[in-house]
Design a protein around this ligand. Structure first.
Ligand code: GLU
Length: 554
């Protein structure tokens, strides 16, 4: 046995498997050519950032569109960041947006798939097996620095102005410690971390092709980074290499805060004898502020949390549609050409992602959402609103739920036509949208009556209409009747005629119908008035017309 091998046995007396065993236990996946294995690897903080959802979506799309596998791994090596059941919150967040997990963690302490465990805290034996192999090969070593010594090194490097900070070169005292020294320190029970014996050199550079950012060149890693902490728990870097190798990830898609670590990661894959995966680094989701751009912040921006979208009542389809417009600049053109195609039909391409960071804009999201909702069926609008209101607006839920056919009729107005209305951007706007259909929400507000007419003029129109109103009219008959009101009252049914000679009339048919519209709904701008009258029914229509007339006359 070499001294390295003896050291490895001393450090890892409990390791029973070999790296070859792991290779056999987690074989290269039998997938069709070009299939990508991607993963989302959050820490269980219980908080799903919209940027996290964005990167999970990109990973999912890459797997789904290539016939690959999308897995969820929980990175819980940093216990400080963990909260109780933070995993469920993240899974709930992904599920709420239909980002289904093919493999990995699917619930609290629940996993599916043959490449697990998928929770890092359950993978200690796997990390130790690989670490042991590295020690045997002289590629990793125990480092006995105390916290105080490490602080002193950091301070000395600050003072010297060393460009690279960390343990390397003359600072790596235990890198070449003799086996005798190592044995003695271990016998004393001195705590140690396991460090990489970095093969990097300060005058070499590495380059790699990032699938989003293109070719990137950086200095090689020279630091003897920690692989296992003193408690045997791996660092993120080491766990990344081991996990993504044995889970057979082909494409590592993650936030670009990790770009600076890529030289280390590539080195770790190589040192371990693993094939380096492809990398794609996503720029953070940005927000415009005071003319500048900054990252969406968990602390400052409520819209950074995915729960915000559920609370506001943005349908998941809208959020996904918007994220796709951020993901690929050609998505909107594709959508215009394929208005009814499912999102999954979009030929997503990593190469078309923004390099500088997509700007997240709630107004744009709401616009996108108005389009998406305008294509929903009335049944879906009702069902989704009821589901949302059940959690966030009990009164609305009760009103809509009391007579679903009535509610469905409201949502059916102009729906399914070539030009559906785009009034609703999120479910918390439905209350206002339906308000005048429900006495409990309706406000008899006449302030929107046309300014060019007096109260007496308006009252006169309402009186005449009340007398003429026939609830059995069809739409054409109804409008003819309104036109017929015009001339006797001094209005013209012909807008062009009015424009030619405005002094000859009190107004035109548009003014007449606006007066009726405002008396019935309290608004100047509504969907088709004929449909509104039909839904409200004769009694409500007559009552509102009379009430408005009285107010105007009073
Ligand atoms: N746990 C890391 C994070 O939350 C994952 C990074 C990666 O995807 O490799 O940022």
């Amino acid at each position: 046995m070499t001294e390295f091998e003896q050291l490895a046995s001393l450090l890892f007396p409990d390791v029973t498997e070999t790296v070859e065993d792991l290779e056999a236990r987690f074989p290269v996946r039998n997938l069709k050519e070009g299939a990508r294995v991607t993963r989302f690897a959050p820490s269980p903080t219980g908080f799903l950032h919209i940027g996290g959802l964005f990167s999970a979506l990109i990973s999912k799309l890459n797997a789904a569109t290539t016939g690959g596998v999308f897995l969820l791994r929980i990175e819980d090596t940093d216990k400080k960041r963990e909260i109780t059941d933070g995993v469920s919150e993240i899974i709930k967040g992904l599920n709420a947006f239909g980002i289904d997990i093919d493999e990995g963690v699917v619930g609290f302490e629940k996993e599916i798939g043959a490449y697990g465990p998928y929770t890092q805290s359950h993978r200690a034996a796997i990390y130790h097996t690989v670490a042991k192999r590295l020690v045997e090969q002289g590629l990793a070593y125990p480092c006995f620095y105390t916290e105080e010594e490490l602080t002193a090194i950091r301070e000395a490097q600050e003072t010297e102005g060393t460009p690279i900070k960390g343990i390397f070169g003359k600072w790596a005292k235990y890198r070449d410690a003799s086996f005798e020294t190592q044995k003695a320190l271990l016998a004393e029970g001195k705590p140690y971390t396991l460090r990489l014996r970095s093969p990097g050199s300060e005058d070499r550079r590495i380059s790699f092709d990032d699938l989003i950012k293109g070719k990137i060149e950086m200095p090689e890693n020279v630091q003897d980074v920690v692989l296992l902490k003193a408690d045997g728990i791996p660092t993120y870097h080491f766990a990344h290499a081991v996990d993504d190798h044995f889970m057979r990830t082909t494409h590592v898609i993650r936030g670009d805060e990790w770009i600076s670590s890529v030289p280390l990661h590539i080195q770790l894959f190589k040192v371990c004898g693993f094939r380096v995966p492809k990398y794609a680094h996503i720029s953070p989701v940005m927000k415009e502020e005071n003319g500048g751009k900054r990252k969406l912040s968990k602390r400052k921006d409520p819209e950074a949390a995915v729960t915000y979208y559920a609370e506001q009542g943005y349908p998941k389809e809208s959020v996904l549609e918007y994220l796709l417009t951020l993901a690929n600049s050609n998505f909107e053109d594709w959508r215009r050409a394929n208005p009814d195609a499912p999102q999954s039909a979009f030929p997503f391409n990593l190469k078309k992602m923004s390099v500088s960071g997509a700007l997240f804009d709630l107004t744009k999201l709401t616009d996108v959402s108005k389009n998406v909702i305008s294509r929903f069926s009335a049944e879906k609008v009702l069902a989704d609103t009821l589901a949302w209101a059940g959690d966030y607006d009990a009164q609305l839920a009760a009103l809509l739920g009391a007579d679903e056919a009535f509610a469905k009729a409201i949502f059916s107005i102009d729906r399914g036509t070539a030009k559906p209305r785009k009034d609703i951007g999120k479910w918390n706007e439905v209350r206002d949208y339906v308000a005048y259909f429900y006495e409990a929400l309706y406000e008899n507000d006449l302030s929107a009556l046309p300014e060019n007419l007096s109260k007496a003029d308006c009252a006169e129109i309402l009186k005449a209409y009340l007398a003429a109103y026939d609830p059995t009219d069809d739409k054409d008959g109804w409008f003819s009747r309104i036109k017929a009101l015009c001339e006797p009252l001094g209005y013209t049914p012909n807008v062009k005629e009015y424009k030619k000679n405005p002094a000859a009339f009190k107004g035109h048919v548009g003014d007449v119908s606006t007066v009726i519209r405002v008396a019935i709904t309290g608004r100047r701008n509504t969907p088709d008035l004929y449909s509104i009258l039909q839904i409200l029914g004769e009694d409500a229509v007559r009552a509102r017309l009379s009430a408005a007339m009285q107010t105007l006359e009073g």
